[in-house]
Ligand binder design. Structure first.
Ligand code: UDP
Length: 476
């Protein structure tokens, strides 16, 4: 085993999963750490490197370097697929994770070379799904810090639901709601709130399950967990999450919303973006922005209902669509491809966000003061929707029934509910506006997340300076 004496200046290594929703917040964290004088090495693969370079502050203004490892080829994945948003179907995610596991050898070599040049990092911040990094970190005696890309509420509930499975007992007893042990006493969930993977347990056949089990084991052997959230948003749930991780001696830090560390020089050029130009001509808070994120596969039939529902609502809109063919809208803009989402949400003409409730989208919306029309699609998104609508009151829901096609009439009704002058819409707007101010205050000097980041840097510095065994169990 290498020793920690070889570390010199403040240096953090960040290894995101090759998925936009997992990478983007860690690039914002890199920017924040770099602004505090910490050198950052971001580990990635060749086809992800140009997106990453574009998203980071230019080199003379930052001390962020890229370490580019070759992406391991997998016979069942397209040749040029190095990011989950290029997977032909989300069912291939386990194959993608399997391919990514072969990055272990080049990652070990990278750490070895850094060790030889006396520049090992203080810690490695690794995506939850790259659980195998814990073994390489241990080999070089570097703390591993886990990043899930989840908020506190969804992380806590996922952990406790998997451990205690109260939903199964409730279903067997015919009860509609249930309490999850280890969460606040008054909190009761229903089946609609469950993360998608838990709706099918205990089938044991989910191909993602082996990766989840391995990643969870690695997480509990790691040194700490960084959470992209802030105290004022989810403070009620923080002590419960800390309790959960304390059992495995892992520390937790809240440092979000990380999108607020976005570097101004990376803002999209206003002159060249059609969405921002189009928004310029619309009245304040009049436009509904609609996006299902970088990964969700929404059927063409469903997208057509969305388009027609938006038209029926009479509201101006921007709809981000993957399908190339769609009817021509009369009131809105349909965009195929990448949209500068943060800038769209920050635009004064944007008044609501119909979203799949990916955690980044939720944070970006609330920190811009934009209320949410929640329509979760997969993963932990139902929990994020529950938090936004029922716990925070910063949005309303699309009633999606039990999975079938959601009709245009329902979409129209929900859009009117969010954007109209009724009680629910007004309350959601007010709450989003208040949370937006709190989010900015959290990352400003002396705010809760600013202090969380300071504590994180002090903790890793202390670990680099002295601990002999930084992860929680013996070497493998
Ligand atoms: N995003 C974007 N433009 C797009 C689609 C997505 O900028 O056209 C960004 C969005 O701002 C967010 C991330 O991609 O930062 C998506 O993450 P999220 O957690 O919301 O959803 P996911 O794509 O992981 O399902």
């Amino acid at each position: 085993m290498e020793t920690s004496e070889k570390r010199s200046r403040d240096h953090v290594m960040i290894f995101p999963l090759m998925a936009k929703g997992h990478t983007i917040p860690l690039l914002h964290l890199s920017t924040a750490l770099s602004a505090r004088g910490v050198a950052v090495t971001v580990v990635t693969t060749p086809l992800n490197s140009s997106f990453i370079r574009q998203s980071l502050p230019p080199r003379p203004l930052s001390n962020i370097n890229l370490a580019v490892l070759p992406f391991p080829r997998h016979p069942s994945l397209p040749f040029d697929c190095e990011s989950t948003d290029h997977l032909p179907h989300h069912d291939q995610f386990p194959l993608f994770l399997q391919a990514a596991e072969s990055l272990r050898d080049p990652f070990r070599k990278l750490l070895h070379d850094l060790s030889e040049s006396n520049s090992l990092p203080h810690c490695v911040i690794s995506d939850y799904f790259l659980g195998w990094t814990v073994h390489e970190c241990r080999r070089f005696n570097i703390p591993r810090v886990v990043f899930h890309g989840f908020g506190v509420f969804s992380l806590l509930l996922c952990k406790r639901l998997v451990a205690t499975r109260p939903h199964l007992a409730a279903a067997a007893a015919g009860e509609e709601t249930f309490h999850v042990p280890g969460t606040p006493a008054g909190l009761r969930l229903s089946a609609d709130d469950l993360p998608c993977a838990l709706r099918n347990i205990p089938s044991g056949e989910d191909p993602l399950l082996p990766f989840v089990l391995k990643s969870t084991k690695a997480e509990l052997e790691s040194w700490g967990v960084l959470v992209n959230s802030f105290q004022e948003l989810e403070g009620e749930f923080v002590p419960y999450l800390e309790d959960f991780y304390r059992a495995s001696h892992a520390r937790t830090w809240l440092t979000g919303p990380l999108c607020l560390y976005h570097h101004p020089l990376n803002a999209i050029s206003r002159a060249t973006d059609p969405c921002l130009d189009w928004l310029d001509g619309r009245p304040p808070r009049s436009v509904v922005y609609v996006s299902f994120g970088s990964q969700a596969h929404v059927s063409e039939e469903q997208m057509e209902e969305v388009l027609q529902g938006l038209e029926m609502s009479g509201q101006d809109f921007i709809l981000v669509a993957k399908a190339a063919e769609m009817a021509r809208p009369t009131r809105g803009l349909v965009i195929h491809g990448w949209v500068p989402q943060r800038e769209v949400l920050l635009h004064p003409s944007t008044g609501g966000f119909l979203t799949h409730c990916g955690w980044n989208s939720v944070l970006e919306s609330l920190s811009a003061g934009v209320p949410i029309l929640a329509w979760p699609q997969t993963a932990e998104q139902p929990l994020n929707a529950r938090l936004v609508v029922r716990e925070l009151g910063a949005g309303v829901s699309v009633s999606s029934g039990h999975g079938g096609l959601v009709q245009r009439g329902e979409i129209c009704k929900s859009v009117k509910e969010l954007m109209g002058s009724g009680e629910k819409g007004r309350m959601a707007r007010k709450m989003a506006e208040d949370l937006g101010k709190m989010a900015v205050a959290a990352v400003n000097e002396g705010g809760s997340s600013d202090l969380g980041l300071t504590r994180f840097i002090e903790d890793i510095r202390r670990a680099a300076g002295g601990l002999s065994q930084v992860n929680n169990v013996g070497s493998q």
